[in-house]
Design a protein around this ligand. Structure first.
Ligand SMILES: Cc1ncc(COP(=O)(O)O)c(C=O)c1O
Length: 392
């Protein structure tokens, strides 16, 4: 038999996605293939769609798309946006910029509300725009803008947009859904997208979407041509226990396992675990001279400003090269200035503590004059105590 050669990376993924996979997910990914048009798979699909709906916290159906998160963003748009529609796109970083670009390509009459990187959008500015532009059909916003680590005030935006009967609120929850509270119905979100490689602890390649009842009215009359991402067709197929196109059997089986793990633990407890890692990071970052880049930090990821004279990109590369720990640097205008640490996925407290000790080591290696108050054993002791307290 021919041997298969592939690089085995035995490191720790603490990036904003992809993330460390749970051992049960790894096992499931290795199962033999079954056909997607079988009662066995139909059952798995049906139950995972029902469980997914619990994560979306919606009475409306959730969908699984075989596409990365960007495909899910496009699916939200093509189903409700018609060429010439007025759209307000909140652009607070890389992914806001991407969604605005997409909306423009589909013919939106787009107004971009740019916020400074690291800052959340101001509700008053959105309110003013909606008042002055009553024909606004769609507002686009990231829940967590991954390039800056900012969490936007989605609940407040939902409450505001809900007062406008002809305006839909579409939310990119790719790094937020499953990591931070985002109850779709309660917060008046009209379209929501999540991504598999983030809080869903799967490989990259699936996205999850759902629409509100308000959005479904638009979907049925929207003249925009659509094919692969037509949710009307997918809804019918799902009601018959199938996906319209070939199903990603391997990933959907793994999704079913992940959703079981999350729901068995309790969704709120799952969110609390991620929040605890975010709190830990924010707390101990100060001991390494790292300050928050975001004025409204998310629990999904933490973006930290590196000390003067340290290149964030080199820092993250060194951490990976020397200790096989992967975090991310900044993008575009934040390149070199920040590092981004992800809190989603299968992460142990040992990995969190190790990250900080190794980060400290690399920081001092790159900047020996850096004055850090605590030595490594002091830091290790405090981190251990912190973790013990969390578990007590
Ligand atoms: C907030 C946000 N939106 C969109 C995307 C794009 O998702 P994908 O790369 O899966 O297409 C990402 C990916 O990191 C993201 O974090």
């Amino acid at each position: 038999m021919q041997s298969v050669s592939h690089a085995v990376f035995e490191g720790t993924l603490l990036a904003p996605g992809p993330v460390n996979l749970h051992p049960k997910v790894l096992e499931t990914l290795a199962l033999p293939m079954i056909h997607h048009r079988t009662p066995e798979f139909d059952k798995i699909l049906k139950q995972s769609l029902q469980k997914l709906q619990q994560v979306f916290r919606s009475k409306e159906p959730a969908f699984i798309l075989t596409s990365t998160g960007s495909g899910g963003m496009e699916a939200l748009l093509v189903n409700v946006l018609a060429s010439g529609d007025e759209v307000l796109g909140i652009d607070s970083g890389k992914f806001g910029e991407r969604w605005c670009e997409m909306a423009k390509i589909y013919g939106a009459k787009l107004t971009t509300l740019k916020t400074k990187w690291g800052e959340a959008v101001k509700i008053s500015e959105v309110a003013k725009h909606l008042q002055e532009n009553p024909k606004t059909k769609i507002v686009l916003c990231q829940a967590c803008e991954t390039s800056t680590g900012v969490l936007h005030p989605i609940r407040e935006l939902g409450d505001l947009i809900h007062q406008h009967p002809n305006t839909l609120f579409l939310v990119d929850g790719i790094t937020a859904l499953g990591a931070t509270p985002l109850p779709m119905d309660e917060w008046h979100i009209d379209g929501l997208v999540g991504g598999s490689q983030k809080a869903f602890m799967l490989p990259t390649g699936l996205s999850f979407i759902a629409f509100s009842a308000k959005a479904w009215k638009v979907i049925h009359t929207n003249p925009t041509p659509r094919y692969y991402f037509d949710v009307r067709r997918e809804l019918k197929a799902n009601q018959n226990g199938e996906t319209f196109f070939s199903s990603n059997v391997t990933f959907i089986r793994a999704l079913d396992v992940v959703l079981d793990l999350i729901l068995a633990k309790g969704y709120e407890n799952h969110l609390a675990e991620i929040a605890a890692r975010a709190n830990f990071t924010r707390h101990f970052a100060k001991d390494l001279g790292l300050t928050s880049y975001s004025h409204s930090p998310s629990n999904s990821i933490t973006a930290l400003i590196v000390p003067d004279g340290v290149d964030g990109q080199k820092l993250r590369l060194r951490l990976e090269e020397k200790f096989h720990i992967t975090i991310m640097g900044g993008q575009d205008q934040a390149k070199g200035k920040i590092i981004r640490i992800g809190h989603m996925g299968h992460i142990t407290w040992e990995q969190m503590q190790n990250l900080f000790l190794r980060l400290r080591e690399v920081l001092l290696e790159m900047q020996p004059s850096l004055k850090l108050e605590k030595d490594s054993s002091h830091l290790a002791m405090e981190m251990k105590a912190w973790v013990l307290h969390v578990h007590s």
